[in-house]
Design a protein around this ligand. Structure first.
Ligand SMILES: [Zn+2]
Ligand SMILES: [Zn+2]
Length: 140
């Protein structure tokens, strides 16, 4: 039997961890919970868009939640401001959700209005490949 003690590196912002320091450092830079993130997907300078508008809520006996209509409005504003980049959308939604959480408001990351896995796959196959060919993105 062998027993090896290794260092584990943890992201300062989310729950991600790993054994490679450089990989976690790179992840932290792009992490969708990092308020000062650089987007590795679209290279825009937004990173996280802070939705400034009103959020309409409803209350039932269990919780206070964001209304579906308000959610759709917020999502379309975020899409516009992030040029529809899935990673920037996710980061912006997470930022808003964390803010609302503190006030006791429940914010559901809705399906099928926003499916990160599906949209990022689509983004990579369409936009990223196109931009990479034009030399607009230098790897991420
Ligand atoms: Zn992270
Ligand atoms: Zn982005």
């Amino acid at each position: 039997m062998k027993c090896i003690i290794k260092k584990v590196y943890y992201c300062d912002f989310c729950k991600k961890k790993g054994l490679r320091k450089d990989a976690i450092e790179n992840h932290e830079n792009h992490c969708t919970v990092n308020p000062n993130r650089d987007c590795g997907l679209c290279n825009n300078n937004i990173g996280v868009y802070r939705y400034p508008g009103e959020v309409a809520t409803f209350k039932d006996e269990r919780f206070i939640g964001v209304t579906a209509a308000s959610y759709l409005l917020i999502l379309s504003d975020i899409r516009l401001k992030t040029n529809n980049c899935p990673a920037c959308i996710l980061a912006s939604i997470r930022e808003l959700r964390a803010r609302l959480d503190k006030t006791g408001v429940w914010f559901y990351i809705g399906q099928p209005e926003f499916d990160y896995a599906k949209e990022s796959q689509k983004w990579l196959s369409e936009v990223y490949n196109e931009n990479a060919q034009q030399g607009l993105i230098d790897g991420f």
